[in-house]
Design a protein around this ligand. Structure first.
Ligand SMILES: *Cc1c(COP(=O)(O)O)cnc(C)c1O
Length: 364
């Protein structure tokens, strides 16, 4: 029987420990498990392969994304690396042009290491124009980080199927509460679990969910073989965080909707990028020179990398998250030096707006 999402989330791990009735999932720190006899197993042998705490987290995430199997890893980047181990050297990929800077850096390195080729697309039209039988997989970020560009997952999935390309979606920004890529036809969905899913700026984790058991088993085999596994303690912390995902995300989204609207009224703000859902807002200032002063005047909002947590953070992609993308390339698609990215938390929106307003005061 399936419950509504809020119920499923709050109940993760409950009713699982038959021996003690523990409501909070026990943290199984044991790395090894006794065999009842030769050729016999309790289902658990060695923690890299399977761990009871991590298993509860993976089952919950697979359900949340409606996939057949989830694998949790030690960071979003190790999740991305795990997925790319599916493909042989010299493969060709189609990738969103606007992209998390760390993903760009990894793809750039992979191209150098094993001769893989990465083609970048700006929108659905340029994706369709570049798709050929040579493309092994499409890697889609939607909305993109930080420019909030959107490409339809369902349309891309139809195209991908025609060319037998694997469709991978980085769903970090929307979370399964707003977007379920596997239901729209993607083969693999992944997350930086560090962001909204865990949501407290205290846990580094990655998530991969496969649509089919075949891909799921292959990814689990690769994870056991290469060992990017999340620890038991962090798995427990992730479970605890997921219980409040829905109320956190909805509060962040409500705040972001209010703030995005007000930001457009400030004369110091040139343009606001907000897709209407979620807790992420990017905006351009009229005057690039004011950025250092603006950032140092903020008292409540923290100038820091990362996103999705309960505390509001502001990031300067040019020198932080996207510094590894060459300047000329970055500027050619709109990631210019006057862009700021706001990750809205769960504070009272009036306090956040007051902080932005006092920091945005200067003579034009
Ligand atoms: C942060 C982020 C990543 C990388 O995740 P880590 O947990 O920092 O390794 C990947 N994709 C997106 C969209 C991100 O925001």
């Amino acid at each position: 029987m399936s419950y509504h999402t809020a119920t499923e989330l709050a109940q993760i791990g409950n009713h699982k420990d038959k021996q003690t009735g523990a409501v909070s999932t026990p943290i199984h720190l044991s790395t090894t498990f006794a065999h009842p006899g030769l050729g016999k197993s309790t289902g658990y042998d060695y923690t890299r392969t399977k761990n009871p705490t991590r298993e509860i987290l993976e089952e919950a995430l697979a359900k949340l994304e409606e996939g057949s199997q989830a694998i949790v890893t030690s960071s979003g980047m190790s999740a991305i690396q795990l997925v790319f181990q599916l493909f042989p050297a010299k493969s060709e990929f189609l990738v969103s042009r606007d992209l998390y800077g760390g993903s760009y850096r990894y793809f750039d390195e992979l191209a150098r290491q094993n001769g893989s080729v990465f083609h970048y697309f700006d929108d659905y039209e340029s994706l369709a124009a570049q798709l050929t039988d040579q493309i092994t997989a499409i890697f889609l970020e939607t909305p993109t980080n930080p420019l909030m560009q959107e490409v339809s997952i369902a349309d891309t999935a139809k195209l991908a199927r025609r060319y037998q390309a694997c469709l991978i979606v980085d769903n970090t920004f929307s979370t399964p509460l707003r977007q379920q890529p596997l239901k729209e036809g993607a083969d693999i969905v992944l997350h930086s679990g560090t962001k909204f899913l865990s949501g407290h700026n205290d846990l580094l984790a990655g998530v991969v969910v496969a649509k089919t058991p075949e891909i799921g088993e292959r990814l689990a085999w690769l994870s056991n073989t290469t060992g990017p596994t999340l620890s038991s303690f962090d798995s427990w912390l992730f479970i605890r965080s997921l219980k409040t995902l829905k109320i956190r995300f909805e509060a962040q989204e409500r705040n972001a909707q209010k703030i995005a609207k007000v930001l457009t009224t400030f004369p110091q703000v040139e343009k606001v990028l907000y897709p209407g859902i979620g807790g992420m807002i990017s905006f351009y200032l009229q005057d690039t020179k004011q950025i250092p002063a603006f950032l140092s005047k903020l008292r409540l909002i923290t100038f820091a990398e990362s996103l999705g947590g309960v505390e509001t953070l502001i990031t300067y992609p040019t020198t932080q998250t996207h510094a590894d993308i060459p300047t000329e390339l970055r500027e050619s698609y709109g990631l210019t030096a006057n862009l700021l990215r706001l990750s809205v938390g769960i504070e009272d929106p009036q306090d956040l707006l007051a902080d932005l307003e006092q920091a945005l005061q200067w003579q034009e």
